[in-house]
Write a protein that binds this ligand. Structure first.
Ligand code: SAM
Length: 275
């Protein structure tokens, strides 16, 4: 974080008042918190209980759909180098105001999750994917793109709405939400039950480490693994050259061997663990 001279409480309040639609509740000066509609400290408590590293030093963190920046700033405070992406301009959200007041060095990129690429974004040790999945029309594609920028062994934290009717089923199910059927919001598209969420995350080359639910939301911690079989089917589905391929997938008829030595989960250092 950069060192910035502290602003007076009046100046902080006046800057906060310039943004009408705060989403996050961020403490920008002692006792002065942005009036967000989202209980960000509560979600942080749930992520901490699941295993979010307290020490982010040495870690490169990606916050997908970072909005006003609460979680990106928190990981920066914990010592990580953080990139936040969101397809919203940071001046259209509270991010620019909050980053300025905190003296934050979080790198903000106006970007779409579907455009994540290792070549342009590099690799990350920890990815936060909070409150975004259920807004997406292509949730598995988004997870594939996230997996493409996750180092083997990287931690992924997903938080999402869970499906109304099917929440308790053991069968993996995703409920489609046409039009504005969830909370009158046209941007809500898919709500999985917990089994559906876990199985889809696994299918995108992650191993589930922990999960927890509330009445209508779930949080999941997973680890990026290398599984040639899953990677093969991700590649078959990625006709846009995501993994460095053109539209024709070479050798598509050759199934990868399940006993390929690369298909085991790597043991790499976890964020927060000593090197
Ligand atoms: C409900 S907010 C969640 C904010 C924060 N991650 C949290 O959990 O508190 C969803 C955010 O994701 C962003 N978003 C939605 N779809 C996106 C996409 N395809 N690519 C990048 N950002 C997206 C929105 O602009 C918004 O800021």
């Amino acid at each position: 974080m950069s060192v910035t001279p502290p602003a007076s409480p009046e100046a902080v309040r006046s800057l906060i008042a310039r943004h009408a639609t705060w989403y996050h509740r961020i403490e920008l000066a002692p006792g002065i918190v942005t009036p967000g509609i989202h209980d960000s400290p509560d979600l942080l408590r749930r992520l901490d209980a699941l295993g979010l590293p307290r020490d982010g030093s040495g870690c490169r963190v990606l916050d997908v759909g970072c909005r006003d920046g609460f979680f990106a700033f928190e990981m920066e405070r914990r010592g990580a180098r953080v990139v936040g992406i969101d397809y919203a301009d940071p001046k259209a959200t509270g991010f620019s105001i909050a980053a300025g007041l905190l003296g934050s060095d979080v790198e903000y990129r106006v970007d779409n999750v579907y455009d994540l690429r290792p070549r342009t974004h590099g690799l990350f040790d920890l990815v936060l994917f909070l409150g975004v999945l259920y807004h997406l029309r292509h949730p598995m594609l988004a997870l594939d793109r996230i997996r493409s920028v996750a180092r083997p062994g990287a931690l992924l934290f997903v938080e999402t709405v869970t499906g109304e009717a099917l929440r308790t089923s053991e069968t993996p199910v995703w409920e489609f939400l046409p039009h504005d059927t969830l909370a009158g919001d046209w941007t809500n598209k898919w709500a999985p039950n917990l089994a559906g969420l876990l199985r889809v995350i696994e299918e995108c080359e992650f191993r589930i480490l922990a999960s927890a639910t509330t009445a209508d939301r779930a949080v999941v911690m997973a680890e990026a693994v290398v599984d040639v079989r899953l990677a093969y089917y991700r590649r078959l589905d990625a006709s846009t050259g995501l993994l460095g391929r053109g539209p024709a997938v070479e050798g598509w008829e050759d199934e990868p061997r399940a006993d390929d030595p690369r298909s085991t989960a790597p043991t790499s250092r976890r964020p927060g663990e000593p090197a």
